[in-house]
Design a protein around this ligand. Structure first.
Ligand SMILES: [Zn+2]
Ligand SMILES: [Zn+2]
Length: 171
């Protein structure tokens, strides 16, 4: 299947009320989240695009895809790869004002690549985690708590400087 970055909606020759479901492939770009680069895979992702022709020469568009975001867990820095399931909609009604004009449609041309990129960025969980219950890092020694095990702890004994002072008094 050829990769589609820009799709010509006019080529479908739909009249008002008609709709078409298309299976396409679109290139995905890495995301930058909190200053860290995350890969979005697969690099070429299969998408389902539903195109409905509205009255007034407009389009109602629906985009579905599944992707994986790969990068460091935001809590413990171990590798994370949460799945993203996307179901996005756009409406393009020429002359309908900002609310009804899609930033991804120019005339009959749909900028599918930009739409996929922005929609994935919106769908990515705010927290990219290795596991939804990631315990993060030990606040004392910074070891990932998931790897360190449940019995990981530190003796919270008296401050060693005070112990030293007591020794001096004993002498
Ligand atoms: Zn984690
Ligand atoms: Zn520790």
């Amino acid at each position: 299947m050829p990769r589609t970055d820009v799709y010509d909606l006019g080529s479908l020759r739909l009249s008002a009320g008609e709709a078409r479901r298309l299976e396409l492939e679109v290139a995905q770009e890495p995301l930058e989240l909190a200053g860290t680069r995350y890969e979005v895979l697969p690099a070429t992702v299969p998408v389902t695009l539903e195109v409905s022709r509205t009255t007034g020469g407009g389009y109602a568009l629906r985009l579905k895809l599944e992707a994986t975001v790969e990068g460091p867990c935001m809590r413990c820095l171990e590798p994370a790869a949460p799945a993203v399931e996307l179901d996005a909609r756009e409406v393009q009604l020429p002359g309908g004002g900002e609310e009804l004009e899609s930033p991804y449609v120019d005339g009959e041309l749909l900028d599918l690549r930009s739409w996929v990129h922005d929609a994935v960025a919106l769908a990515v969980p705010d927290q990219v985690l290795c596991d939804p219950g990631c315990l993060g890092l030990c606040p004392i020694c910074a070891v990932p708590l998931a790897l360190a095990g449940a019995d990981h702890h530190h003796e919270s004994g008296p401050d060693p400087r005070w112990a030293k002072l007591r020794d001096l008094h004993l002498d």
